[in-house]
Design a protein around this ligand. Sequence first.
Ligand SMILES: C[S@@+](CC[C@H](N)C(=O)[O-])C[C@H]1O[C@@H](n2cnc3c(N)ncnc32)[C@H](O)[C@@H]1O
Length: 240
Amino acid sequence: MIDHRIPTIQPTEQAPHRAIRSFIRREGRLTVAQTRAINELFPPMALAGMGTALDLSAVFGRTAPLTLEIGFGNGESLLTMAAAAPEQDFIGIEVHRPGVGHLLLGIERLGLTNIRIVADDAVPFLQQRLNPHSLDRLLLYFPDPWHKSRHHKRRIVQTEFADLVADRLKPRGLWHLATDWAPYAEHMRAVLDAHPAFKPEHRDIGEAARPNWRPETKFERRGIRLNHAVFDLLYRRTAR
Ligand SMILES: C[S@@+](CC[C@H](N)C(=O)[O-])C[C@H]1O[C@@H](n2cnc3c(N)ncnc32)[C@H](O)[C@@H]1O
């Protein structure tokens, strides 16, 4: 019998101590179906969060445009985008195991072959496992806003992180950010408008102007119920 309380995804071992993380590992309870998905479906599509740089054409068995989504939550938006673009490849990163299980069940239901999953911290993955100029798009939808000022240092969008994203994106690659927290949108704009490698693609897109190719997310629906405005920010990597 499967005990669904037993953790079956271990974070990558020997992770060097990183003082500030953009997440708290909330374990949450896995359903029986999610546990089965993690045990049976995860291994062939799992990518370790740390190690040497990946050979992406070997990972996917082809060369195709590549999108990375950081913090996919329950994975519904990633699933919708990957199902709509079978000619493209997708990597999703999420530390919350029930979300990983939920996505796996969706992948199984739709029979998708163009998604790989990292159940670990996105930052070392970007640093270690991706070569420069690997990504066509980086998606960061509703990252944890870390409301209190003493926690702002935990926000994933910082100049140093933007440097890393700029390096891993291809020239003219796209970074799409969305948030329902106006002060975080302001912070994102301040960081990225000042960054020499990024040009705003939709400076005015702002509130409630979601591009039709971005599915609504679970966290976004929560924000809308709270009457939050939703900001979509699109930045293009310079051609270098
Ligand atoms: C507020 S939730 C939004 C989830 C989803 N994008 C949505 O809109 O419904 C942010 C998610 O990002 C994940 N996350 C935060 N920092 C991360 C990191 N460094 N690596 C991987 N996942 C991270 C959290 O576990 C959390 O599930």
